[in-house]
Design a protein around this ligand. Sequence first.
Ligand SMILES: [Zn+2]
Length: 505
Amino acid sequence: MMRAALIVVVLGLVGFAAAWLAEYPGIVAVDWGEWRIESSVGVAIGAVVLLAIVVALLYRFWRWMRTAPRRLRAAHEAERRRQGYRALTRGMVAVAAGDAEESSRLAKRAESLLEEPPLTLLLSAQAAQLKGDDRAAEKYFRLMVANPELEFLGLRGLLTSELRQGNTAAALEHARAAYRLSPQSEWIQATLFELQLEANQWKQAAALLHDVGRRGGSPEPTLRRRRAILLLEQAADVEASGDRPAAATIAEKAHTSAPEFVPAAVAAARLLTTVGKAKRAHRVLETTWRAAPHPDVAAALLAVWPDESAKQRLARTQALAHLTPGHIEGDIAIARTTIAAGDFPRARRSLAVVGGARAEDLESRVCRLWAELEDAEHGPGLAARDWLMRASSARPDPMWVCSKCRQGTPDWRPSCPFCNAFDSLEWRHILLPVADDGSAATAQMRAVALARAPAPVARIAPPAAAPGPSASAGGNGGSEPANTPPPQFLAPMPPDVPIIGPREP
Ligand SMILES: [Zn+2]
């Protein structure tokens, strides 16, 4: 619209000028030496305009000629860069496909075409790693570390490379540097934590836990329990060095950090007992029993007073059970001590209470206690044998089950003895197929679970039916993998999985 108006205005002005020139004709003369040029004003103006147009065109041509080399060079570089990016992309695809030769060739091509180290270093390092040339890969990773934008990637590469070669000390150094650089990365948090555990650096690991907790990376109960586990490890080291009082103090700290955590209470009570603080040990166990009644706590309490008579032991067990009236663990603990005290009618009453409403809920440990009772009261006979038979097919006892590999173990450990995952053991029933379909796999699973079931006298544990302590009895419930093998640098990066991370069922 504007443009049309402008054209109309210009045309109007030109028409007006032409009319004006026609109305006032004149002559323009130029004298130059012997030459004289005469022309009308209109023609002269036309000639001047024409001359201006020619000069403008000549100037543009001159400029075009002058910038031609630069433009040619730019076009050439753009083409090289296009080819370089193409080589880079295809190189990444070759790395993902595991084609060492092709990725190495494309890395060199991308390097020569792009001349931009930050872009090609990663591919070159990955190609070298794929070829098994660790030294070349390390060279590239070090170059990456020198580049602020790629420092974390370079450290990650060096770290995984050292881990693959089993140099955990060097890997720990790189992990520390990477954590300083990117403390919010859950992958580096987990890797650094694992390496610190491996190096028995409990204090450093606890500091890392604290740091991660400050950033809101983990739920508070998980952090408290893990802090307790680290303190227990520290206490074990101190005890091994012969300083039992110091070990007892540290173990008590672990108990204070997570009062509901059974292994901390049991360890603290044992150490406090060895240094003559039996009453304190007793208090520790009572505190934990209130939060999480557990057979280990009942057994630990009797170990605090090892020289007492069967009657006194029964009184102590009753007092403990009284803290959580009606809890099945209390009844089982009482049944055990009454059998030992020879009070068979009372043991019978306690066992009748824990029998459960449904026959299939009867746990193996309760059947074994019945057998023990029959054996103690009437001597070896049919009834005791019957109960032992029932024990073999009854519901397996709860145990420490790994939340990662699902395997069970009767004794608690800081890390799973099967998959080495840290803080992965929780007190519960191992999962068995409900109905035996007679298949070999089912039979094997049952056999494995039963073979791993706790020894008859060693342990009594809460049934799943009761509002048991399984969630709080020191099971961690954490689902973070701990000692999973470090991710290969070459492999696509796995989703960052926190060892100290936020996942909690
Ligand atoms: Zn495991």
